[in-house]
Design a protein around this ligand. Sequence first.
Ligand SMILES: Cc1cc2nc3c(=O)[nH]c(=O)nc-3n(C[C@H](O)[C@H](O)[C@H](O)COP(=O)(O)OP(=O)(O)OC[C@H]3O[C@@H](n4cnc5c(N)ncnc54)[C@H](O)[C@@H]3O)c2cc1C
Length: 273
Amino acid sequence: MKMDITIIELSQRVLGLALDEEAGELIHDELNKKGVKIKTGRTVKEILGNDKNEVRGVILDNGEEMPCELVVMAIGVRPNIEIVKDTDIKVNRGITVDSRMETSVKDIYAGGDVVEAYDFINKDNRILAILPLAFEQGRVAGSNMAGRERVYAGGMGLNSFPLFGTAIMTMGITLTKEGDSLEVMKKKGKDAYKKLVFRDNVLVGVIMIKDTNYGGIYTSLITKQVKLTDAEKKTLLDGNLLDFEAYRESATPWRSMNWVMQRPIKEHVIGVR
Ligand SMILES: Cc1cc2nc3c(=O)[nH]c(=O)nc-3n(C[C@H](O)[C@H](O)[C@H](O)COP(=O)(O)OP(=O)(O)OC[C@H]3O[C@@H](n4cnc5c(N)ncnc54)[C@H](O)[C@@H]3O)c2cc1C
């Protein structure tokens, strides 16, 4: 729209919870190429208005004043838990639930962005505010409410979106550091990047920039916790997945993620050898 845009970002890179340093650099380059300026390590302290009550600028935390005509705020997801305030329903950052999506009060269930539900990769409960998980949690909650026992197998963080035409896809654990016992494989091109993260030879995280082919296969391998050989891991990185043995033998691509996720993890862990 030919607008003059500046992103003010508190952390050291945009999308800092999903992208690692290398992916962040690529995205910063891409944004810069499109004329978007980025100021990292900064936040907006104050929004300034004129006498017609219109925005005329912002003041940053270092005192810098920037003129502007429009402010868009997008600083993450915080559940609106007003509805359960002053009740016995336990709340952490979101409403806490058990594996049946029941809250701490009997016969009261919750699901979706408002809850902290099980994350099967990080093995804890947290807010994962995405639609497929909200749908599945609602299904489990509704089923239990109607008297049919169902367990929520857990979910993982997933992002997939285009940024000025550059495809970005992330899933599971994407941020790694030395000594965290995760194995990392990377492939970097001029403006493309792929990072695969393994724990005990099981794929637990992916970053893909530009080439997002086979996203469904990666998701399936993570969800089913398929044990991989070194050769299979290398095949995963090189992208020649059409004859990928582990996938062929274990995956059922015509069944949806929801089918996989409604089963407890232990039921769909599939050995390939
Ligand atoms: C800009 C944006 C982009 C997104 N893009 C994606 C995406 O690409 N992929 C993806 O998977 N997810 C995406 N999401 C997240 C997705 O929209 C949510 O995960 C999903 O909508 C959560 O469903 P939910 O039912 O938990 O909550 P919601 O869809 O928020 O529904 C909650 C409903 O409850 C109503 N409500 C609130 N309080 C009360 C009350 N006291 N009484 C009665 N009703 C009440 C609200 O009005 C609302 O209609 C996006 C979200 C946003 C905001």
